[in-house]
Structures are given as C-alpha cells and as structure tokens.
Design a protein around this ligand. Structure first.
Ligand code: ADP
Ligand code: ZN
Length: 757
C-alpha cells in the first residue's frame, strides 16, 4: 500500500479510520494538533460520517500518495488516550474478516465490548497518600496542635500504597476537614482512581479459596510442566495440546504455566467454555492466580457482566493494571498486554464457536491471537477435538499427556446396557434399565449420590429402530438421514439425497422405527417410580434460566441434601462432587445418530466427560450407559477411555469422506419467503460456483436445510469442502457481487461450523 510519511505532509497528520457505522470502508481524516501525541493505530476515535458523528478505529497512519489534503474533515475526539485495540488485535480482526467472511467493522465491534464503545463512565474513588514526609519538628508541632491531622499522617506514612479516602477516614474516625487541612499544608495529596469492580465478589467466601492451595505435582504433571516451561522460555509462538484424562489435574499444569508467564512479566489469557465459567471455577482460579501474582488482579470476562464491570476489566487490561483475563469465548479479544500465554481449557467444546456474525471459533481464534502476539497457546482436554489431535500427530502442535488420575484414583468402570433387550423385557419403551435402577437403589441405601444425564444434543428427527438399533444413514455422506414428516421422506441434508421414509425398520422389519427421545421430565418421573423416598432435582433449560436456582441446587447437591440429580450434560462441566459414585447416561444414542459427521466424536466426548464425573472422591465410581447401539465405536472405545483408539478409527472415516480435519467445511445458507425461487437461485448459484471454483471447491447440495422453514422463511443450503478457506471466501465474495440475487433472499456463510444441524 502506498503511504506518505508517518507525520503526514506539511506537518499534517492523516489517519485512515474504520468507521463503526454499518459499512466496511477505510476513510481518511486529519488529526488536530492537540490529539496527535496520543493518536496511534488502534485508537478509538469519533469522526464525522455523512453529517453525523460515528465511532471509528484508526487502522493506519498516513494516507495514499494522491490523497487530496485540503478538503479533509478532522477527527473530532479521541475516546481513550491509549489504543483501544493493540496492533496484534487489529491484525486479528483483519484475519477474522477474511477467514470468517465477516465485515471488518462488525469484527471490530465484536472485539470492543459495547460498554467500551459507549465509553461507560467508571466509578471513581478518592485515594489519599503522603505528598512528602514531614520533618520531625513539624510532626511534633502537629501532634500537639492538631492531633487528628497527626493521626492521619502517621497512618498514611505506615502504608506502602495510597489508601481509599472514605475507608481511611472511617477507620480513624476522622472527618474530611482533616484532609483539607493537610492538603493545604502540602502534606497529603488526593488522587482519583478508577475502581475495578470484582465480578463474582460474592462468591469469595474464604472457604472457597482454601481448596486452591497448590498441590505437589505428580510425575506426569511435573513432566508436562517442565515441557511447557521450556516452550514458554522460547518466547515465541507455539501450540501445545495437553491431553489429560478426566481428573488428571490439568488445571494444576495450567496454573504452573501461568505462573511462569506472569513471573516473566507476560500477560495471560485463560479461556473456558461459557457453561464451565461457574463461580466455583472462577473462585478457584482467582484464588490461585492472585497468590501467584499479588496485586495483578484477575479480570473475569463473561456474558453476564454489567457495563461497569466490563468496562473496568477492559480498562485494567488495556492499561496493564491487570495482566490476566479469565473468560469465555469473547475473552479472546480482551486487550491483554504483552501476551505470553493463552490457555484454552476444554478445547474440544463446540460452545467455542459463535453462532452469529462474526461466526468465529474461539479456540482457532485463540491460536491465531497467540501467533500474532508471539505467545504460546496451550489447548487442554480429556477428549481433544480431532482437528487439534491431527495437528499434534502431524507435528504442528506439541503433545503432552496425563494418563492417570491424581492420587491414583481409578477411572470409573463403564457398564453398557443394551436397551434393545430392555425394551423387549419391559414390552415397550422404558427410560431406566433394570441395571441402572438397581444401581440407583444401591446408592440410595448407601447414602451415596447419583447423577443422571440426558443427552442434550438429542435430535429426534432421525429414525432409529428400538428393536435392532438400526439408524438410516446416507450412503454418500456417512451421516444420519433426517425424517421429514411433511412428505414422509428421509433426506440427507448434506447432499440432498432423498427416499421415502420406511414404516418398518429396513433391517429387521420391526414397526418401531419412529422412536423419539425422552425429556428430562419423563426421566424424572421414572426415577420417582424407582426411588419414591429419594430427593430428586431436575436441571434443564427451564431451571437453568433461573440463575440462582441453578446455584442453589448445586450447593444442596454438594451438601448431600439431594440424592439424584437429573439434567443435561452441561450440569456436570468442571464440577467435582466427591460423593457421586454413580453416573447414568440415559440415552447415548441421541447424539450418535445426529446428521452430523461429528456425531461419533461428540458421543465419545460426552461419554468420557460424563464418566469423568463419577468417582472423584475416595470411593470408586460406576457409570451406566444406556444405548440401542452398544456396538458403536464411540461407545466401545469410551468404555476403556481409549482416546487414541477412537481417534485413529474416526480419523480414518474422516479421511475417507474428506471431512475435517482433512478439509474445511463452509456452510452457505439461503433464506427466503418463496421456496421455488429459493430453489432456483440456489441451484443457479451452485452451478456458477461449480464452473468457476470447481477445481478448488467440492460442492454438496444445494438441498433444503434440515429445518426447512423457520418463521415462514424457507431455507436451502449448500456446502463447500475446501483446503484453503481464505482464498475461497474471497472468490465467493467476488462471485456474489457479480451474481444478481433477488432482494428477498438472505445469505449466511459459516466457516468451520461446529454443528451441522
Ligand atoms: P482435570 O481438569 O484434569 O479433570 P482437575 O484439574 O480438575 O482435573 O483436578 C482434579 C482434582 O485433583 C482437583 O480437585 C485438584 O485440586 C486435584 N489435584 C490436582 N493435582 C493434584 C496433585 N498433584 N495431587 C493431589 N491432588 C491434585
Ligand atoms: Zn448424503
């Protein structure tokens, strides 16, 4: 790009600004004299746009050579006197825009919290400090004539830092007049400081922090820590995948690495899936991190923060007051300075993918952020995503393993119950098998606790035979076919292949093929029949909606007041209940026959994670998995927690069908009110793409979406399989501009979608 000298022509300073005003352009402005010193790439400014003022981000300093200097408008305001986005974040924004097919202004907006864009006012607090040390004689006079002033001086002289004014006065029983007098004497100075509110402060009960003392590492943890220390010492980009079985003490390894990075003066980012960001996790991390880095407060970043809290955290990081952020997906954009380490816990979690624009993947974005900042990225999981595992196998990531649980606790025994037999025995649908019911009764008598998981990813629109377990798959795509009730067909929503829905199982001819899943409520009722005297609590999206109820139930469960907890798998994330000795998974199949090539992977992950909740205390744990498909690889490998066995088999299937990690998938959705028109234009478009990009992209579809119609809008979709995303995204943008789309058809591109349904 052609640029003029940094300071512009004839002493003028010109900047290129990305206005955050709903269009994607770089506009150039002059910078008034007064703002020049603090204006830099990444500065947040207010600029005139079409007779109005808009926020904008300085994207470059300088202007094209042929730039007409005289008629330019000027920057109106510099919102903060430090860059709102660091150079690496701006670079990340550009990468995201190109990779995820998102307009740059939208990406920048996503990076800057709304509170920051609104420049929400911070709460301010007055601080007191000594302005100078009084001479001995002066002090003696003061003690005699103004003992109250002397008291405050003595107090402040004994403190290493400035002290909050109101607290100091309250403590010493003094009035503000004393301060005024001392300020006049030039002995005390008042300062204003932004007060950083502490999110989850209410969970800072002392008891929660006790459990966070460092453990002496076991041999495996030590080896992993040493390896990470060596990587961090290199002070350059690299990625490590930490594969540690559930309960192997991964957190302790993260904490040691964080310790190293902080002691070395670096900044740290710790990402967890939103659902795992419980007060318990936060308290635990914070307790440890604040011990490691006293004075460097930890900023918590999640979706329930108030504007003020968000603003405070952002400000503390951007100015370097805080060097650690703990948060969910969007914390990857936190303005951590001198980033040295990025930790992504539960890196396999689909929750890291954002399902609205910009549709970025938090883990992949974290890796890119680390790359641009020259930091180390540590991905951790008990069940790594096959994408990350393939990178480790290919030598792109370092691989570290924790193969044993801490304190030699045993991995729980996983029993698989064949529900086909149970259904026969019970002569009809049944929620709880005899094995599971017996095990529950046994725990109840021993006063031990049970968790029953219902499969949240259940997708009742695929068919499965209750007699033989058969589920109908597409011959071309190796995903379950979807049942469409309107025209009684089975369809593959990847390639569009369709056939009439069978009334009987194609394999065993049983009439029981149209089987649907169970809700939490029905399972709860079944549990009541088995254990009429037990206290049972249910946790699903209804109960989860009430935030406090969720916490209450968990603390009651922890206190042993609840015998059986029934809920979706999300309740178990990151929680440690030592008295839980039985975990049941009611319906393993629901995630197995989802029309998604990741169905096996998700089921394996679910089984391993669910099993990981059992036997965390001193007693051994037991896991009962109910399934109509006991022979499935995901079920069998999970019984022995054989991740490598599973990954090897599954990667082979992925290779055969050209699925990720071999290639990337891009989802192109078309929406519109008129189904014929939608079909026509999708097909025309697909033909064009095939003709122009056929050498680089493999197309599947177009076909109706698995959910064909939402709110009177019909949906069609097209899939692109490709090895090079950025190039294809640019090509598609070029073709889209040249193709005349009707106004009533909306399109959405989703790169690397986490879920296919
Ligand atoms: P993971 O994330 O791998 O499932 P955690 O990090 O949650 O495991 O650790 C499981 C439990 O083991 C926690 O209660 C943790 O405090 C404890 N722990 C971790 N390391 C050790 C150790 N070296 N010795 C004893 N207990 C440990
Ligand atoms: Zn297909």
């Amino acid at each position: 790009m052609l640029r003029v000298r940094r300071r512009g022509i004839n002493g003028r300073m010109i900047v290129g600004v990305h206005p955050l005003a709903g269009f994607d352009k770089l506009l150039h402005y002059r910078v008034p004299e007064a703002l020049r010193a603090d204006t830099a790439v990444g500065s947040l400014v207010r600029v005139p746009v079409r007779r109005q003022f808009a926020l904008g981000l300085v994207g470059e300093i300088g202007a094209p050579r042929d730039f007409p200097l005289e008629k330019r408008k000027s920057v109106a305001q510099l919102v903060y006197d430090f860059p709102a986005l660091t150079p690496d974040l701006l670079e990340l924004a550009r990468w995201m825009a190109a990779y995820y097919a998102a307009p740059l202004d939208g990406v920048i907006e996503a990076m800057l919290p709304a509170a920051v864009r609104k420049a929400a006012r911070l709460r301010e607090e007055k601080l007191l400090a000594l302005a100078r040390r009084p001479a001995a004689a002066e002090l003696a006079v003061l003690e005699k004539r103004a003992p109250q002033q002397a008291k405050l001086v003595a107090f402040l002289a004994a403190q290493p830092h400035a002290q909050p004014k109101s607290a100091a006065l309250a403590r010493l029983g003094l009035t503000a007049a004393v301060v005024t007098a001392l300020v006049k004497r030039g002995l005390v100075r008042e300062e204003a400081r932004r007060v950083e509110r502490t999110a989850y402060a209410d969970d800072f009960a002392a008891g929660e922090l006790v459990a966070t003392r460092p453990h002496a590492l076991n041999a495996e943890q030590q080896a992993a820590s040493d390896a990470l220390g060596a990587s961090l010492a290199q002070k350059k980009f690299g990625v490590t995948l930490l594969h540690g079985v559930t309960g192997s003490g991964k957190t302790e390894v993260y904490l040691r690495a964080i310790d190293t990075a902080l002691r070395d003066g670096g900044g740290v980012m710790f990402l967890v899936p939103e659902v795992a960001l419980t007060p318990q996790t936060v308290a635990r991390l914070r307790g440890r991190l604040e011990a490691i880095a006293p004075g460097h407060q930890v900023v918590v970043w999640h979706s329930h923060l108030s504007d003020g809290e968000r603003m405070d955290g952002w400000h503390a990081l951007a100015t370097g007051t805080a060097r650690v952020v703990v948060g969910a997906r969007s914390a990857v954009f936190a303005p951590v300075r001198d980033l040295r380490l990025v930790v992504v816990d539960e890196e396999h979690e689909p929750a890291y993918k954002q399902d609205e624009t910009p549709r970025y993947h938090g883990r992949d974005t974290a890796v890119m952020r680390a790359k641009l900042a020259g930091a180390h990225c540590l991905l951790g999981s008990a069940t790594p995503s096959l994408e990350s595992f393939a990178n480790a196998r290919a030598g792109k990531y370092a691989l570290l393993r924790l193969t044993k649980r801490v304190d030699d606790r045993q991995l729980p025994h996983i029993g698989v119950v064949d529900m086909r037999i149970e259904v026969m025995r019970a002569r009809g649908a049944t929620a709880l098998s005899r094995t599971l019911a017996d095990a529950m009764r046994d725990r109840f008598e021993k006063k031990e606790q049970t968790i029953l998981f219902i499969n949240r990813r259940g997708y009742s629109r695929s068919l499965q035979c209750r007699k033989c377990g058969e589920a109908v798959e597409c011959a071309h795509c190796s995903v379950a076919m979807t049942y469409h009730r309107t025209d009684e067909t089975l369809r593959c929503h990847l390639c569009g292949d369709a056939r009439p829905a069978p009334a009987r199982c194609p394999k065993c001819a049983a009439p029981d093929i149209r089987w649907q899943g169970l809700g939490t409520q029905r399972v709860e009722e079944a549990v009541r029949r088995v254990l009429p005297r037990a206290r049972i609590e249910r946790m699903d999206s209804d109960t989860m909606a009430k935030k406090n109820r969720f916490r209450e139930v968990l603390s009651e469960f922890r206190a042993g007041k609840v015998d059986v907890l029934v809920g979706t798998q999300m309740i178990g994330k990151g929680l440690d209940f030592p008295n839980v000795t039985l975990v049941g998974l009611v319906d393993a199949d629901l995630s197995l026959h989802v029309p998604d090539f990741r169905a096996n992977e998700r089921t394996f992950q679910l089984l391993v994670q669910v099993a990981g909740r059992a036997g965390r205390g001193d007693r051994a744990g037991e896991v009962v998995v109910q399934t109509f498909t006991p022979q499935a690889g995901a079920v069998q490998f999970s019984r022995h927690a054989d991740y490598d066995g599973f990954a090897t088999e599954e990667l082979e299937v992925r290779r055969r069908f050209g699925y990720p990690p071999n290639r990337h998938l891009i989802h192109h959705l078309f929406r519109g009110p008129n189904p014929e028109k939608l079909k026509f234009f999708s097909e025309q478009w697909a033909r064009l793409v095939e003709k122009e990009l056929g050498a680089r992209v493999e197309l599947r579809g177009p076909a109706p979406s698995p959910v064909e119609k939402i709110k009177d809008e019909y949906r069609w979709q097209l899939w692109y399989f490709t090895a090079g995303v950025t190039k294809v995204i640019a090509d598609l943008a070029r073709l889209r501009a040249a193709f005349v789309w009707p106004d009533d058809i909306t399109q959405v591109l989703d790169v690397d979608p986490a879920n296919l349904v």
